[in-house]
Design a protein around this ligand. Structure first.
Ligand code: ADP
Ligand code: MG
Length: 664
């Protein structure tokens, strides 16, 4: 089997022995014009030429005479401006870019004067490259590359990079690369031009050997002794053929009986895994730049995760606090709504609380006033908060006594000097575990009898000790401790939370009726909770936009680097195209690089975000980690790669192979 037959088995004429006698490459009045200045430069002028299978043709001519142009046309790197070029009977003008790539991949093997090896990969990997585009499996590829390198005397050099090889060795590597897909036609553009004469002789001997196997060789040279190797010499001057030495029969040798021509899978796009591997390799080759690019994505993703964790955590803390107080509460405070005042506002009285308690759906209305005070027992002093309130406080707050009893309505009416201690206060004044019931202590030098100790409540969600407080009857407190007749708050507990809004409205209108003005404000815990939840939504949105912006910046960084990379690697792209990469292979390769950068950046960012959140938690900042933000941030990073990698990748894929190859 030969490559051409395979290549065209599907769409071309059926293979028959006649094909062998037919011309392999036919040019009919082929011209190539380049725009130059105000006119057109004619690089090739109506060239007609026929090359048969198995020929060894040297093309000679001065510099600028059109030799390379001719070879690029034959090798399907470029298209004629006019005229017809047929390869194995098919007009290349009728082939689409994928079919042209397939010809370059399977039929032609290019050997360049400057080798054009990829500098960042090993010799063996250079040889394998065209086979990747042909869809060969890794094992097959490396076996083939090893065999070819062995045959070309480079068996030991497979793992060397091009810079570790001599010019002659590099040129042999490039010949191996040309052969890896079983190329039937070798197109060599001044292959010995950069070599010393010994290495040049070796390369020429190799080409002769390949011709003897039956491969067709086209060799560009301006050296007559090199041209003498060929069996046919075509001279070209100013884009015209001036001399075509006696063509040999063209049937001198049989088609290559090359049993090692690989079985090729149907021409699928470059395997994604291969693209990722290539991407990793080229990212590794530019490690510092890759790290900097990564950084943008890493910081973006990590900050999103940390910010969301902190935001969610603090939100959750607020919600916990409100829920801990109870959602069936309405808080009434003195002072007109929307007026911020810090002083002691004298508007709410215990009588207001009594009036509210008479409303429907109100279970309790508990007035409170508190102040800091120092409690003394014997020679022990303890500074705490003394809270004057009503007996219903204990029930309204679901906070029972642990020992003794809470004060009663009688105590309130009679201004009784009795006190109920929080656990912490009792422990500090009387010793842990002691029973202080019936003992006396001084509050601002006024003796109070301890009648009860509250059950321990522990720390609040905000970390303060809720047991560090003492309760006295409101009447006693107002008269003897606080010296004021107004309260600081009325806590209203409702029976049915479903009607809390109606009850709040009733409380408001009752108080307005009593005060003739709205000199108080009320908050209902249930709706406060709703507000907080809504705030959380807004906060999440805000953080989301910050996330989007930081990822956008990261994405622009990725695009910028990728564009630089495409410009820098134009020649590499040209080489890949010359060895058979399709547009979509190049597209996939560069897209894969962007996606891999963003994928790795995203993963590192997620890890860093988790670590940063834990560190924040270590500093006592409330943290709530959940999976969705992490997934979303990673997904965004990945998407960023796809979106921002596309433009540079498309730019790379749209490069003209000839232009790309001639890039510096
Ligand atoms: P040779 O290989 O024989 O030295 P070329 O085939 O490279 O010559 O070039 C033939 C002519 O076409 C030259 O005058 C060259 O300047 C011109 N030429 C080649 N490639 C291009 C191009 N891509 N754009 C414009 N002019 C070109
Ligand atoms: Mg040239």
């Amino acid at each position: 089997m030969n490559a051409i037959n395979q290549t065209f088995a599907a769409g071309g004429p059926p293979f028959s022995p006649d094909v062998l006698t037919e011309p392999l490459i036919e040019l009919e009045e082929v011209s190539k014009l380049y725009p130059s200045g105000d006119g057109m430069l004619v690089a090739l002028d109506r060239v007609s030429l026929t090359i048969r299978r198995g020929e060894y043709v040297a093309i000679m001519g001065q510099s600028g005479s059109g030799k390379s142009t001719l070879m690029n046309l034959i090798g399907c790197l470029d298209q004629p401006t006019s005229g017809h070029l047929r390869v194995a009977g098919r007009d290349v003008a009728e082939l689409d870019s994928d079919e042209l790539a397939e010809l370059r991949r399977n039929v032609f093997g290019f050997v360049f004067q400057r080798y054009n090896l990829l500098a960042t990969v090993t010799a063996a990997e250079n040889v394998e490259m065209p086979a990747i585009y042909a869809g060969l499996r890794h094992r097959e590829r490396s076996e083939r590359a090893a065999a070819l390198l062995e045959r070309l005397g480079l068996g030991e050099r497979g793992h060397h990079t091009p810079s570790q090889l001599s010019g002659g060795q590099q040129q042999r590597v490039s010949i191996a690369r040309a052969l890896v897909n079983g190329a039937e036609v070798i197109l060599a553009d001044e292959p010995t031009g950069a070599l010393d004469s010994h290495s040049g002789q070796e390369v020429l001997a190799l080409l002769r050997e390949l011709n003897q196997e039956g491969r067709t060789i086209l060799l560009i040279t301006h050296d007559a002794s090199v041209a003498a190797q060929a069996r046919r010499i075509i001279r070209i001057h100013d884009g015209r053929i001036t001399d075509d030495s006696k063509p040999d029969s063209g049937l001198a040798a049989p088609a290559p009986a090359d049993s090692s021509v690989p079985h090729r899978r149907a021409a699928t796009a470059l395997h994604f895994l291969e693209a990722v591997k290539m991407a990793l390799r080229s990212l590794h080759a530019n490690l510092f730049r890759t790290v900097l690019t990564l950084l943008g994505i890493v910081i973006g993703v990590a900050s999103v995760i940390t910010m969301l964790a902190v935001g969610d955590g603090s939100q959750q803390q607020v919600i916990d606090r409100i829920s801990a107080m109870g959602t069936d509460l309405i808080l009434v405070r003195p002072g007109a709504p929307n007026i911020r005042s810090t002083g002691d506002i004298a508007t709410l009285t215990p009588d207001d609380a009594a009036a509210i308690a008479g409303l429907a759906n109100v279970r309790q209305a508990v007035p409170e006033r508190s102040a800091g005070a120092t409690l003394r027992h014997g020679n022990r002093d303890y500074a705490t908060t003394v809270d004057g309130t009503w007996p219903s406080f204990s029930d309204a707050r679901d906070w029972p006594v642990e020992a003794g009893s809470f004060f009663t309505n009688e105590d309130v009416k009679s201004y009784a000097p009795v006190i109920v201690l929080g656990r912490t206060v009792a422990d500090n004044l009387f010793g842990t575990g002691a029973n202080p019931i019936g003992q006396y202590l001084l509050v601002s030098n006024i003796p109070f009898e301890v009648i009860g100790v509250m059950a321990a409540k522990g720390a609040s969600p905000m970390g303060t000790d809720q047991d560090d407080v003492a309760f006295v009857p409101l009447s006693t407190g107002l008269m003897r401790i606080f010296g004021k007749q107004y309260v600081r708050s009325i806590t209203v507990r409702v029976d049915d939370v479903g009607q809390i809004d109606d009850t709040q409205a009733a409380v408001t209108s009752l108080l307005i009726q009593r005060h003739k003005t709205e000199d108080f404000q009320s908050r209902n815990m249930s709706s406060l909770l709703d507000t907080v939840s809504q705030t959380q939504g807004t906060l999440t949105l805000l953080l989301g936009s910050v996330a989007a912006i930081s990822l956008l910046v990261g994405g622009i960084g990725v695009m910028n680097i990728m564009l630089v990379s495409v410009t820098e690697r134009t020649r590499e792209i040209g080489v890949r195209m010359a060895t058979g990469a399709r547009m979509r292979d190049i597209l996939l390769q560069f897209n894969a690089e962007a996606v891999v950068v963003c994928g790795i950046g995203g993963a590192i960012g997620v890890a860093l975000g988790l670590v940063a959140s834990q560190i924040a938690a270590g500093f006592g900042i409330p943290i709530l980690l959940s999976l969705p933000p992490a997934l979303a941030a990673f997904g965004c990073a990945f998407l960023t790669g796809v979106l921002f990698g596309y433009l540079p990748a498309r730019k790379a894929a749209r490069l003209d192979p000839v232009v790309a190859l001639s890039a510096e």
